[in-house]
Ligand binder design. Structure first.
Ligand code: HEC
Length: 223
């Protein structure tokens, strides 16, 4: 086996290590808890030897997610006084003019035991996630036409976000904030893309090594 043979092997292995190191660095860049100035971020996965160039574009967070990330549950508790004439909030609290609201966030609509909902609410058929509840609280009669909830709505998105942050605490298993859930999904997607790029690069590197070995082996063949 000539020197050239081992040089080629060494070169191929070095290339592989460099590719892996590159992927690791990208991982660090992504996972570092570094708050972006603008919500939303862009990760460019470098084009490594034949792997498709992969850009992960993450759209700007929706404004509700932004508001929720800055919301205050204690301010929300103050907002909830506007609801207290008709709703109780404590666990196991009574239904009043409206149903008890413990655990309402994340639960199906018109689902509270012992309350007789309007037909409109019964046929609404959604889950009270952040987006749905926010739309409802802004203008109940527009979100659920025919609802029996006699409340005009909350004008300030900030009040709604604070109220949602408060409602979130009224649960044994608080609903994950949309920003957090979205970020986790984005990171999972980015990691998957990186892994794919890494597999492609490694496959290429392995093929390269194989070619070098074959070439070197051929060169060794007696003429
Ligand atoms: C004037 C009384 C009244 C006020 C004030 C009021 N609600 Fe209601 N609310 C109701 C009634 C009645 C219903 C049942 C609606 C139906 O069946 O159509 C209801 C339903 C709801 C529901 C749906 C619950 C479920 O189980 O699906 C939510 C959520 C809700 N209200 C939240 C609030 C919040 C938060 C406030 C304060 C910002 C508020 N409400 C203010 C009377 C009121």
């Amino acid at each position: 086996m000539g020197d050239l043979f081992w040089n080629k092997i060494f070169g191929a292995v070095l290339a592989t290590v460099l590719v892996m190191f590159g992927i690791k660095e990208l991982g660090h860049a992504l996972i570092h808890p570094h708050e972006p100035e603008v919500p939303g971020y862009k990760i460019a996965v470098a084009d490594e030897g034949g792997a498709d160039k992969k850009d992960v574009e993450v759209a700007e967070a929706p404004s509700l997610a932004q508001l929720l990330s800055e919301a205050s549950a204690s301010s929300g508790e103050r907002v909830s006084k506007k609801c207290a004439a008709c709703h109780s909030f404590e666990k196991g609290g009574p239904n009043k003019i409206g149903p008890n609201l413990w655990g309402v966030l994340g639960s199906p609509s018109a689902n509270h035991a012992g309350f007789s909902y309007s037909d409109a609410m019964k046929s609404f058929g959604k889950t009270w996630d952040y987006e749905t509840l926010s739309t409802f609280l802004a203008k109940p009669k527009a979100a659920v036409p025919g609802t029996a909830m006699g409340f005009a709505g909350l004008k300030k998105p900030k009040d709604i976000a604070n109220l949602l942050a408060y409602l979130r605490t009224l649960s044994d298993a608080p609903l994950p904030l949309p920003a957090v859930a979205q970020k986790a999904a984005d990171v999972a997607e980015a990691v998957t893309n990186m892994a794919e790029a890494g597999v492609d690069a490694l496959t290429d590197a392995t093929t390269h090594v194989q070619e070098q070995v074959n070439e070197a082996a051929e060169a060794q063949q007696p003429e």
